[in-house]
Design a protein around this ligand. Structure first.
Ligand code: ZN
Length: 393
């Protein structure tokens, strides 16, 4: 296997506190990274880098781990421009808008859905995302949910079954019947393609008892739980997530003190999705409150056509720093190592020996520029699993 060194990195985020300056980011100045095959095999000061087959000079720019976007909804068709436009003109958002995308997704061909996901993944990659999770949830029939997951599984191992996104319009008068479908034949058809099971625990979607039944059925089929919780209102979702050892409770915008205490005491990551608050003009999640309580926080896009149509993790980092009380270091950690924790992954979200070689070269001397220069396309190159996935600019 050939080795490549990336040298003269002004500041390297390793997310390994045993490296560098001893902070959670494990920052090394004037650094180098050595890649062998798909792995990082060495990190340290550039002047001490071992001899390699080839070298890339970062010329005083920063390198960070590839972003781990642990929450997206990319298997869909159509868009909701008109709904967004109406909302920005003063109309409130409700979960019912999902039905518009369900109709468009059911009507789409496999090829259309596959082309759509490929397009948004390419867009995300250009912005530094090297690991992503995505979900079903716009099919809501046995066949359409299984189809969505089959298509998603061609692009990522982090596939989530979200038959319980909303009660299918076909079951508007029989929500209990829909829960039976989601925990029965739909689960059987979807489980082979998925690693995770998710439920939208919210007024107008699924209540605590329904969410518990859905997640428990998924666990019995070998799927691991994650939960949409506290997005629009206070509810039982966060504490249910912790109780069922969910990898992540996602949104966490409306939290009681008991919710925060449960997250701090448990193994469930709080995944914050500020694109949703941005796109619905909703109050921001309070990242500072969670961090001060000792909760592990992840930051992801929630990319979906209704409530957060951004694939940009750097945009979410900037929002988190500006409006959610996170420091630039905390936001960068949450978007990389935090996302990895929300997917219970050890191999991504860090750049220490043994990690997958997912590197993002920034056209900036420091990761702080992601928040300092919001909206500027700072990603100058991406390696994914040791391969140059975005050519160096
Ligand atoms: Zn979501």
């Amino acid at each position: 296997m050939t080795t490549t060194a990336v040298t003269h990195i002004a500041s390297l985020v390793t997310n390994d506190p045993s490296l560098g300056n001893g902070t959670p980011l494990g920052l090394i100045l004037d650094a180098a990274v050595v890649i062998e095959g798909d792995r990082v095999v060495w990190t340290g000061e550039s002047s001490k880098a071992p001899a390699t087959d080839s070298a890339v000079d970062a010329s005083g720019r920063a390198v960070i781990p590839g972003f781990v976007d642990s929450h997206s909804h990319l298997i869909f068709a159509g868009d909701r421009t008109q709904e967004f436009n109406a909302r920005m003109s003063g109309r409130a958002y409700s979960a019912g808008g999902i039905r518009t995308t369900v109709a468009a997704t059911r009507a789409a061909t496999d090829e259309q859905l596959a082309a759509n996901v490929a397009r948004y993944l390419a867009e995300a990659l250009r912005q530094g995302t090297t690991t992503f999770e995505t979900k079903s949830g716009y099919g809501l029939t046995v066949e359409d949910e299984a189809r969505a997951l089959r298509i998603a599984a061609r692009h990522t191992e982090e596939v989530t079954y979200l038959g319980a996104h909303i009660v299918s319009p076909d079951y508007a008068d029989d929500p209990a019947g829909y829960v039976d479908l989601v925990t029965g034949p739909m689960l059987d058809a979807c489980a082979p393609y998925a690693r995770w099971i998710d439920v939208f625990c919210e007024k107008g979607a699924f209540d605590g008892d329904q969410a518990r039944a859905i997640l428990t059925a998924g666990k019995a089929k070998g799927l691991q739980p994650r939960v949409h919780a506290g997005k629009l209102s206070y509810g039982p979702g966060v504490q249910l997530a912790v109780e069922l050892d969910a990898a992540s409770a996602d949104h966490c915008t409306h939290l009681t003190d008991a919710d925060v205490d449960a997250l701090a005491a448990g193994n469930t990551v709080a995944t914050l999705l500020p694109g949703a608050e941005f796109s619905t003009r909703a109050p921001w999640p309070d990242a500072r409150r969670l961090l001060d309580a000792g909760v592990t926080v992840a930051l992801s896009t929630d990319c979906n056509p209704g409530s957060s149509f951004t694939s940009s993790v750097p945009f979410c980092v900037a929002l988190a720093v500006r409006d959610m009380g996170m420091t630039p270091d905390e936001a960068l950690w949450a978007a990389t190592a935090g996302g990895a924790a929300a997917l219970r992954r050890e191999d991504v979200g860090r750049l220490a020996p043994g990690a997958r070689a997912d590197l993002v070269l920034l056209d900036a001397p420091s990761h702080v520029h992601l928040a300092y220069r919001p909206g500027v396309p700072l990603v100058a190159g991406v390696w994914r699993a040791g391969e140059q996935a975005v050519p160096l600019g």
